[in-house]
Design a protein around this ligand. Sequence first.
Ligand code: ADP
Ligand code: MG
Length: 349
Amino acid sequence: MAERISRRIQTLMPALANQIAAGEVIERPSSVVKELLENAIDAGATQLTIRIEQGGTTLIEIIDNGFGIHPEDLPLAVMRHATSKVRSSEELSAIQSLGFRGEALASVAAVSRLTLSSSQTDDGIGYQIELHGAALERERASAIAMNRGTHVRVQDLFFNVPARRKFLKRIATEYQHIEEIVRRMALTHFDIHFVLEHNDHIRLNLPVADSGELRYQRVLQLLGRQFAENAYWIDAEANGMHLAGWLGHPSDARAQADMQYIYVNGLKKKKKKKKKKKKKAYDGILHGHQHSAYLLFLEIDPHEIDVNVHPTKHEIRFLNQREVHEFVRHFARDTLSQFQTASADLSVA
Ligand code: ADP
Ligand code: MG
C-alpha cells in the first residue's frame, strides 16, 4: 500500500486508457450492436445484416451497404476521438447523426478482436484492417473482395477484460438484449431492411417498410397484434414541433413498460422524464397506474436539444423542457379522450 501511495504520476498507456474508457460505452454485447448499428445508419445504409453467435460473446458481425470508409481512414476509424461527423463546436450544437464522439470503434477495438472492412466503390474491392485488443495486426490495410459498404466483425468480446466477462449473463439473456436493440432501431428506421441471425437461425427479417401497409406489418411484428390492431395513430404539429406515432389503446394496458418508445428526431432516445408525463396523460382515463404502450416520434429543431448528456444517448435535454412536455401531453390526452368517446359509442351500439 505504502508503495502505491509513493508512486509517481504517469499518463496511462493508450491501450490501457482505451480499455478503461471502453468500460463506459461497452457494457455488454448489446452495447456493441447498438454502436455498430448507429454507425451503419449514419452511413446511410438501407440493408443491414446482423449475425450473432453465442449471445454476441463469440461473434458480432454487422454488414451494411452504406457509403463506407476511405481506405486510408481505416486506422483512424478505430482511434479515439477520431470522427467524420463533427468538426466544430457549431456542428456539435446541432447534431444530426447518431454518433459524434468518435469513441465507439476505439472502445470496441480495445476489448475484442476486431476486423473492419470497407469499400466506397462499386468495383468489388474493399480494404480491411484487423486489430487484437486495439493493436493493429498489420500496418497496412489489405485489399479484399467485397461490395460497397462496411463489414465489422467483433470476436471474443472482453477476451482481455476478465472482470467484465464475468458479469455477462446467460447467452439467452445477452441475446435478448441484442434483439431489443435491433427492435428499437427497426421501429425508427422503416427505410432499412434488417436481418438478425443468432447461431445461424434467422430471428428477425424486416423488409423495407415504405408503404403504410408495410409499416403496419413491421409494427405488428415488433409490438404484437394486440397493440397494432388497437393503437391510435396521432399526427400533430405546433410551435415548430411535430409529433407522430401510435398510442396504445388504454384497454390494452398490460403493464407494458417495455413497449414505451419515444424517439426524438429519429434518434432513438429513451426519454425517462417524458415517459412520466405520458403516464399522466393516461391518468384520468386509466384510473390506476398501469402503463400503456406507445411508439412516438417527436421532431424538434436540433438546436433545441442537447444530446451530449450521456455517451449512450439514452437521455437528452430539451432547452424548453416544459413546452415540449406540454405539447406531448396535450396531444396524447386529446387522442386518449377520443378513445374513450369511441368505446362509449361502441358500448351504446
Ligand atoms: P462516431 O460514430 O462517434 O464518429 P465511431 O468510433 O463509432 O465514432 O466511428 C468512427 C468513424 O468511423 C465514424 O465517424 C465514421 O467516419 C467511420 N465509420 C464507422 N462505422 C462506419 C460505417 N459502418 N460506415 C461508414 N463509416 C463508418
Ligand atoms: Mg459511432
